[in-house]
Design a protein around this ligand. Structure first.
Ligand SMILES: Cc1ncc(COP(=O)(O)O)c(C=O)c1O
Length: 365
């Protein structure tokens, strides 16, 4: 007789667990991890100082409302702190939004090469992921609107998108929003917003401020260099902040995370240095790798997507192995529907040069 045992809710066992970027290459002593879109410059020294100072407060629970951090974010971006919700990384917030608004039979819409967490968040709530094909690896607003049904409760849009590096101009995001029912939540995942300084880009603040159904999520993991601490935030209409605050863990952002993130926000010079390093090297990598004959997508993020063919010995998997043997760890993106590509995070100067040299060798062999 088979013993009875607990069974997870429907959908949960269909989740493919998230596989993070690799962080080691067997047998290689010195590696460059260029697989997780972390910043090569690390966090602001002021954030590290605040993190260390927080050691004295570890016996006490954090401020569950993350008041000082929300106020620092509000001051930095000109926002209402009451409408900011902080989380353990923006991953937590993306899941929290799904936990709050999705249930069995509901649909969550996102584009073909969108961030993997959207699918996990939908399935974890027994909702149906609806995946919309992209056009030239860019979210297709008309295609997304065509798939909206009365069951569409959530739309996730990564802007810029990972792993393609593409972005939708603000006019397109507004058009997407205008076509959605007012009962559908549009989540603009702007994890890479700080890397984009373009006239036609808007991270989402304006749309959140002028609507009832848009949430923007942001993170301290990318340009602020605090991925290991796990801090993100969402800017929401008041009624959505209220709902999320009922569902979230009461102490979901730790003491050191709150202090370090607030300090990081105040160090504008460090942010600017990160931005400058990234722009310079992303453009250099794109140009140099294209010169070697590989297709590279235009990217506004801190990473680029490199395309390889299907020819034996020349595939993305072959390139991945070749680079890893030289200590250069990139990210395979087959799980994103891109089996012939690798994603490369912009690294320190020596790693960037090493990748181009290694790809030149790979192209010749
Ligand atoms: C598009 C996108 N959104 C959200 C995240 C989550 O970041 P975190 O949970 O570290 O804030 C990532 C991380 O890779 C991402 O690429």
């Amino acid at each position: 007789m088979t013993a009875q045992r607990p069974v997870p809710r429907s959908g949960i066992l269909t989740i493919d667990p998230y596989v993070p970027g690799k962080s080691a290459a067997p047998g290689v002593a010195r590696i460059h991890k260029l697989s997780s879109n972390e910043t090569p410059l690390g966090p602001s020294p002021k954030a590290i100082e605040a993190y260390k100072a927080a050691a004295d407060a570890l016996a006490l629970y954090p401020d569950g409302a993350a008041t000082a951090l929300r106020e620092a974010i509000a001051a930095r971006h000109g926002l209402d702190p009451a409408r900011i919700v902080c989380g353990a990384g923006s991953d937590e917030l993306l899941a929290l939004i799904a936990n709050t608004y999705l249930g069995p039979g509901d649909e969550a819409l996102y584009s073909e090469h969108g961030f993997l967490v959207y699918k996990i968040a939908a399935l974890a709530n027994s909702a149906t992921p609806v995946i919309v094909p992209e056009k030239n690896r860019k979210a297709d607003v008309d295609g997304m609107l065509a798939r909206v049904t009365p069951r569409t409760r959530l739309v996730y849009l990564a802007n810029p998108n990972n792993p393609t590096g593409s972005y939708l101009p603000y006019d397109e995001v507004k058009r997407l929003h205008a076509g959605l029912p007012s009962t559908t939540v549009l989540v603009i995942d702007a994890a890479y917003a700080e890397y984009v300084r373009k006239n036609d880009y808007e991270a989402g603040i304006e749309l959140v401020s002028t609507s009832n159904n848009v949430v923007m999520t942001r993170t301290f993991s990318k340009i602020y260099g605090l991925a290991g601490l796990r801090v993100g935030w969402a800017y929401c209409p008041a009624h959505i902040a209220d709902a999320l605050n009922r569902v979230r863990g009461p102490f979901n952002v730790s003491v050191p995370a709150q202090h370090a993130a607030a300090a990081a926000l105040r160090d504008r010079a460090h942010l600017d240095a990160n931005f400058a390093h990234n722009s310079k090297w992303r453009d250099w990598l794109t140009t140099e790798i294209r010169k070697l004959g590989f297709d590279v997508d235009d990217s506004v993020g801190n990473f680029i997507l490199i395309h390889f063919g299907k020819k034996k010995g020349k595939t993305a998997q072959d390139a991945d192995n070749f680079l890893a043997a030289r200590g250069l760890i990139l990210r395979g993106v087959a799980a994103y529907g891109l089996p012939d590509a690798l994603r490369l995070t912009v690294g320190p100067a020596d790693a960037n040069r090493a990748v181009v040299d290694a790809l030149a060798e790979f192209a010749k062999q």
